[in-house]
Ligand binder design. Structure first.
Ligand SMILES: [Zn+2]
Ligand SMILES: [Zn+2]
Ligand SMILES: [Zn+2]
Ligand SMILES: [Zn+2]
Length: 226
């Protein structure tokens, strides 16, 4: 498989394919050492291991470890910080037919994100997250693991994450470092350092290629559309 398929385990730092990493995380000794199983005391907490992936761009993926007592709000904040935030758009989760929104419209039946993961998710639950209802980035989430362990201060831990996909320059086939937020819609906006210098749309339309399913989208482009 291409490099796009590969990701790194945060605990042992080794590289695995997306298909292998779930089994690896289960067995990873470095992880098991860190996540000592709890023994039913008040210091214990239940954690979900959640696979997050780009709905249309599944080459962007992460496994995150998060306590079931955390709220959807905390997960939303984490997804924004790690992958999504450009200019404070609205977002929502869709879980079992219900919408949990960053700014809930009660008359439309929206719920708030102040709800604990453990109350609405279970092992195997699949759900969606949408960021920005204009140029939407959709993520698919799956509860892959459940474990018990000691409580910790840090809420969310990245268990594994994809390596930056190697994207080719649309002009010369070199390695793209910039993306033109105009031309990306025709799928020809990926540019290497050299080709980006002469790009017809101008420098202000170029964004850095980042390791996120929101690469090249929206407000990173500047203020013109605001
Ligand atoms: Zn590992
Ligand atoms: Zn090029
Ligand atoms: Zn362009
Ligand atoms: Zn934006």
């Amino acid at each position: 498989m291409s490099k796009a398929d590969k990701g790194k385990c945060s605990y042992c730092k080794e590289i695995f394919s997306k298909a292998e990493i779930k089994d690896h995380l289960k067995a990873c000794e470095a992880r098991i050492k860190k996540h000592k199983p709890g023994n039913i005391s008040s210091d214990d907490e239940i954690y979900f291991g959640i696979l997050v992936e780009g709905f249309e761009l599944p080459e962007y993926w992460m496994y995150v470890d998060i306590p079931v007592s955390a709220s959807l709000k905390i997960l939303d904040r984490f997804l924004r910080d790690t992958w999504l935030e450009c200019c404070g758009h609205l977002s929502s989760f869709e879980i079992a037919g219900e919408i949990y929104a960053s700014n809930p419209v009660k008359s439309e039946g929206d719920k708030s994100m102040s709800v604990k993961l453990g109350d609405i998710l279970d092992k195997g639950t699949q759900f969606l997250h949408e960021y920005d209802f204009g140029s939407t980035t959709t993520l698919k989430l799956t509860v892959a693991f459940v474990r018990s362990g000691k409580k910790r201060r840090q809420k969310i831990e990245i268990m594994a994450r994809n390596l930056p996909p190697e994207i080719k320059c649309s002009e010369c086939g070199g390695i793209a470092t910039q993306v033109c937020c105009e031309c990306i819609y025709e799928d020809k906006g990926w540019l290497c350092d050299k080709c980006s210098e002469n790009h017809e749309c101008g420098e202000e339309m170029l964004l850095p290629v980042v390791n996120s399913p929101r690469v090249g989208v929206c407000g990173y482009c500047g203020m013109e559309d605001e």
